[in-house]
Design a protein around this ligand. Structure first.
Ligand SMILES: [Zn+2]
Ligand SMILES: [Zn+2]
Length: 160
């Protein structure tokens, strides 16, 4: 992966920086997660890599351009990024909890069928798709059922 990155950077006459490699490393190590620029930035600070958030943003966008990361919008007012499987380049679907923001990935066989169906009908080669489902995760459903249905709470909560 790093070798591929170095080659891509060289090909396009970009400098190979330790920061760019470190950012790719962060994504490799957090496989299956969908990181925003802030999270990548914090992760870099944890590893004692001092950079500005703008640098992180530019580096992440470059990795998108080079085909290493996919840019995602889950309607939170920020972009998230995930590693692209460079061997299969396969798309997957996301299920998002509207309460806690937890994201689960699924790889639906039915969606695969839909994609090949669309391809057949339109003659297009479908390279990727972006399909999201929003709702409540099991934990948040439990929380919801615990919370009082209506009316104000009379006791003063200790927390918060
Ligand atoms: Zn949730
Ligand atoms: Zn994903």
């Amino acid at each position: 992966m790093y070798e591929e990155l170095r080659n891509e950077l060289k090909k396009r006459k970009y400098r190979i920086t330790a920061q760019r490699e470190m950012i790719l490393k962060i994504f490799l190590e957090s496989k299956g997660r969908h990181l925003g620029v802030d999270e990548v930035y914090r992760e870099l600070l944890n590893r004692n890599v001092r950079v500005s958030k703008a640098t992180v943003y530019r580096a992440v966008e470059l990795l998108v351009e080079l085909g290493f990361l996919r840019k995602l919008n889950f309607g939170e007012g920020l972009y998230r990024y995930e590693l692209i499987d460079r061997s299969t380049r396969e798309s997957h679907q996301h299920v998002i909890c509207q309460k806690c923001g937890k994201i689960v990935e699924i790889n639906s066989e039915q969606v695969k069928k839909i994609v090949s169906d669309i391809s057949e009908k339109t003659g297009y080669v479908i390279k990727w798709h972006d399909l999201k489902f929003y709702g409540l995760c099991p934990e948040c459903q439990k929380e919801e059922s615990k919370a009082p249905e209506s009316g104000q709470r009379t006791e003063i909560s200790e927390e918060g």
